[in-house]
Ligand binder design. Structure first.
Ligand SMILES: [Zn+2]
Length: 235
């Protein structure tokens, strides 16, 4: 099908535009800079994936672009790399311990069974890094809280973050089926988990392609269309 062909072409081109269009962007892992897109690819379609199910049963993409990938996140001087599934902007109830589903079948490559919740002390340390502009991947990772990552046969990886817990059978190396419950919604890793508990309960869900997130560096409208396409079943 068409989408599969696009994926193959995009992987094969090693992320540089075949049409010679220069996308001047800044990686998000540290500088906190907004991806600066000097020119969007116009002659070739953006990389696309499909065949995922939404990681909350009955859930959907939020309407607010600030909950989508590419949005700014000032508290950590960075860019949002996933989809935030909050009860306040979704078509399904999302609460503490709501089941998180594997968006596609695959192999678990990360499961944070050993996880220490943020404390006032550890949060203060993280915020110090942010203030100093010293945001490393480790700092960004800490703000995602307890996580599960699943690698899929198409080369993508899905990440599920801010989890309250993990389903018992899920650990590194285990295989999961599409739609299988793998974890539970929480708010781990958020500053509010320390400062104002119970106010940031949501799932942060990422689709990773190579070293970046699906839609990196693209405008909000394009990002949304890519995620809509991702949740279309493969034919
Ligand atoms: Zn998020």
């Amino acid at each position: 099908m068409i989408v599969g062909a696009i994926v193959t072409a995009a992987f094969g081109s090693n992320a540089s535009s075949p049409a010679g269009v220069v996308i001047d962007w800044v990686p998000n892992g540290g500088t906190g800079a907004t991806p600066a897109v000097t020119q969007l690819p116009t002659t070739s379609p953006p990389m696309a994936v499909s065949g995922f199910v939404f990681p909350i049963e009955g859930g959907c993409l939020p309407e607010d672009d600030s909950l989508m990938p590419g949005a700014l996140r000032e508290y950590r001087n960075g860019t949002h790399e996933g989809v935030d599934v909050y009860d306040s902007d979704n078509c399904e109830f999302v609460g503490l311990e709501t089941e998180v589903l594997a968006a596609k079948s695959g192999t678990v490559v990360r499961a944070d069974w050993i996880y220490e919740d943020l404390t006032e002390v550890s949060l203060a340390e993280l915020e110090e890094f942010v203030q100093q502009g010293a945001i490393t991947p480790d700092v960004e990772d800490a703000f995602r809280g307890r996580q599960v990552w699943v690698e899929h046969a198409d080369g993508t990886v899905t990440r599920y973050a801010h989890l309250a817990g993990i389903v018992e059978a899920v650990d590194v190396g285990s295989t999961v089926s599409q739609g299988e419950a793998i974890a539970f919604v929480g708010e781990s890793g958020t500053p509010e988990s320390v400062n104002d508990p119970g106010t940031q309960v949501h799932l942060h869900f990422e689709i990773r392609i190579g070293d970046d997130y699906l839609g990196a560096g693209l405008d909000a409208e394009t990002v949304r269309s890519l995620y809509e396409a991702a949740f279309v079943a493969d034919q």
